[in-house]
Write a protein that binds this ligand. Structure first.
Ligand code: HEC
Length: 191
């Protein structure tokens, strides 16, 4: 009886190793295809701090105000502070070193280009995501930056001016590859 179960066991083990060998040698021909240039372009929308990926277009806070009222205020509040359906988009300046940290675009974000990128890729959310034009995204970015007192109301935001905007917390980040002097006190949170 015992030897019989062992026989079965060895059969199972034998089959399993066959399956593994099969999986390793399988060629997935006919599955998937190389993405087209247009598909890669549609997917590749990230905008970094240099802003070199920013598309043509421009906008001011004045142009952004009515778009914000129509498409954003419902979730982010008329004064950008309600945050009933989304986070507040201003406020919290000076709280990062306090016990009650409030992270907002004005108090926390390091690059103005990230504001453009975030709105462009994600706002307003599903099911209407991706419905803003590039011009509208520039105008909304200008509106939010102006409400944070980072730029003036009439300043034009485009691919050139947006990367030049200095965010209040720009220097608050540890560099990507920090160099510490021996025995120097390291900033909180960096190891
Ligand atoms: C249906 C509600 C809703 C609408 C409408 C909406 N948002 Fe949002 N928004 C959210 C939520 C929820 C988040 C947080 C999601 C996340 O961080 O992934 C968010 C996050 C954001 C952020 C990042 C804020 C942060 O500090 O993390 C920005 C900027 C933003 N929205 C801008 C806009 C703009 C501009 C519009 C109008 C075009 C808009 N949102 C419309 C719900 C909404």
């Amino acid at each position: 009886m015992v030897s019989r179960s062992f026989k079965h066991l060895s059969l199972v083990v034998g089959l399993l190793s066959c399956a593994t060998a099969f999986a390793q040698s399988a060629k997935y021909s006919g599955v998937g295809r190389a993405p087209s240039a247009t598909e890669i372009k549609d997917w590749d929308i990230s905008v970094g701090p240099s802003g070199k990926e920013l598309p043509p277009g421009s906008g001011t806070a004045k142009q952004g105000a009515p778009i914000y009222a129509a498409k954003c205020a419902g979730c982010h509040g008329v004064d950008l502070m309600d945050g009933k359906g989304g986070p507040r988009l201003r406020g919290g300046e000076g709280t990062l070193t306090s016990l009650r940290i409030e992270r907002s675009i004005g108090s926390y974000w390091g690059f103005a280009t990230t504001v453009w990128d975030f709105i462009n890729r994600d706002m307003p959310p599903t099911p209407v995501r991706g419905t803003l034009t590039h011009e509208e995204v520039y105008a909304l970015t200008a509106f939010i930056l102006s409400k944070n007192n980072i730029i003036k109301e009439d300043e034009v935001m485009d691919a050139k001016s947006l990367p030049r905007v200095k965010m209040p917390n720009r220097e608050g980040y540890v560099p990507f590859n920090p160099v510490y002097k021996k025995d120097a006190v390291r900033p909180h949170g960096s190891y």
